[in-house]
Design a protein around this ligand. Sequence first.
Ligand code: DAH
Length: 358
Amino acid sequence: MNELNSVVDNAKAAFEQARTPADLENAKALFLGKSGRITEMMKGMAALAVDEKKSRGAAINLAKQAIEAALNGRRQALADAELQLQLQAEALDVSLPGRQCGQGSLHPVSLTLERIEAIFGSMGFDVAQGPEIESDWFNFTALNTPEDHPARSMHDTFYVEGGTASAPNLLRTHSSPMQIRYAVQHVKRHRAAAGAGQAPGLFSGDMPEIRVIAPGRTYRVDSDATHSPMFHQCEGLWVGENVSFKDLKFVFTDFCRTFFESDDLVLRFRPSFFPFTEPSAEIDIQFQNGPLAGRWLEVAGSGQVHPNVIRNMGLEPEKYIGFAFGMGPDRLAMLRYGVNDLRLFFDGDIRFLSQFQS
Ligand code: DAH
């Protein structure tokens, strides 16, 4: 009996030491396998008398059952431990905050365009949009820039497919073609309203003033810290029977002071040349305070609309007169936000772009 007890104890100890299911199966073989201790003992019974066989057999069976119970217990314990490890490894911490979708923001140039539109909108200007692929006629010819005019080469134009050799298509080099597009539609509408729908010739009847801005993308073969091949312009046009340079000065000064939220901003109209205006002026601004104080900064071209351009709008220049300007919203955004390299706006780096919220 003692011998059986110690076999059971040894088996339990061996099973306890097994760290893996494979170890456990090896330990099991030592006791219950073909030449394991219990099996050997069973075989040993052959030599015993019938009486002895009965009691010895019953005792060995008990020992075998005890070993099997210990084996199953240990199997279960190892399986539980393994499951525990797996659960830990795959644990989900449901208390972690979720990954949030970043909140988008408007591009600084879009914010600037919205600001420009709101200010001119409050002064009664319409906002118009036009095509970026433009014809030679709207981009140059209608704006009083004849084919061999040197002003065309000032513009380093991207020509695109379509159109004809004498009237090629191009990426608009400025927003000025919108002057013609918008005015022609305006005149057409009001000519019809005035009952002069089909009448030939330039319109000299009455119509409401043309007051519009046209912001949008423009393109030139140009790239450095202050020029990008794609940039923005915002055109302005005000045409009526009695619109003068004085109105241009007033409107643009008011715009700049509102845009930069600064009453002591000074403007300078510097004589210049554009084929579509006569006289023409560059508009420079000067801050009296802040980091840019005292420097003249060019923000727009402007002028009184040339009579030839008034004609190309379908209007009689003896009756209609106006002024136009073209400004650079990218430049205005750089000044407003203190950005010194234009290309930063168009590199698409979210770290840079997300800094502008208003
Ligand atoms: N289109 C001109 C440019 O891109 C800017 C400009 C100058 C627009 C004078 C105008 C204007 O409307 O009157 O350089």
